[in-house]
Design a protein around this ligand. Sequence first.
Ligand SMILES: [Zn+2]
Length: 408
Amino acid sequence: MFSITADRLFEDLEALARFGASEGGGITRRAYAPAYQDASRWLCDRMDAAGLKARVDAVGNVIGRLGPDDGPAVLSGSHIDTVPNGGRYDGAYGVLAALECARTLKEQGAALDHALEVVAFVDEEGAYLNLLGSRAMTGALRADELSRARSEDGVTLLEAMRAAGLDPPRAPEAGRPPADFHCYVELHIEQGPVLERASVPIGIVEGIVGILEVDYTFRGEAGHAGTTPMDLRHDALRSAADFITRTYVKLPPRLDASARVTFGSLTVEPNASNVIPEEVRLRQELRDLSPERLNALFEESREIAAAVAREQTVHLSVSKASFDAPARMSERVAGRIEEACDRLGLTSRRMSSGAGHDAQVLAGVCDTGMIFVPSHKGQSHRADEWTDPKDLERGANLLLHALTALAD
Ligand SMILES: [Zn+2]
């Protein structure tokens, strides 16, 4: 069995990191921006040089194909866009490791039953639309989403696409039939601390958590902060604070390893230091691999909030704001990855992904798997994001073995 050439992968990572690099060491490569377009052209050139057939589809996904022109392909890749002032491995590693795998297979003249496609999905980070590229390719993107999307600074997606030389009305042409996809494997840095803490070099992802956002509104009574006695108050912020504290005390001991509860947003009315808060709106974010457990967490939180509202005689309203379903990875693909770990003598552990990835979209159309490598201190989406080169090499070799097994 072959191995990847690590130095070549590191050189590619180095080269790609120059597009959108800032003086402080961070990278800003937002989808369709000039730095992104330059990186995208560079990637096409690297694919061509590796003997792949490279193309850019109608929404800007970069695709390099090795092997038969027709028929279902084994896809592997990730994204080359970044968050503002992001790091050099999030996304880029998965794309360039897949390219290195394809290059190795091409050099070795490996004969595979299925074609291998290396893909860089556009706008995974959602400068305009979260997971835009993978959703467009799998036919999960609606035309009205495309025409409504705009960046935080007000540029419409349609303008951005045109500036990047794309023709928005042709965007549906990026969609491909399910028969094009044999399976998808995404290699990614963990972006969390679990693998490093456990000294395990490989994570095999079982699923990507679903996200349920719930709005709670506590409505009490405004009043003078000096003249209203403490025992006669209906203070909405006090109720909200009690709700948050009780939830954090009660829920975590019962949480599954993949579950997360976060209160990250809160508005207070009238928000003045000398007025008893009349109304507080807060948003709770729940994450879990299982839709049933998500719902159980929601029900339990709602009961806690209702108890607080009863005790303190404030009004409570609760509404679900949004729900992204969890995505299960394929057991067949996970099994192949595990077998490849055994062959390479790598220890691994099953885990869930708390962050979103293109793999969750691909999981809707084909067998999908994900491999994680450790992130130093769990740091990601920041300039000093770092993974040990040894771990980068291990992950890429594992990907090579897994892809070969899946393409045969
Ligand atoms: Zn990513």
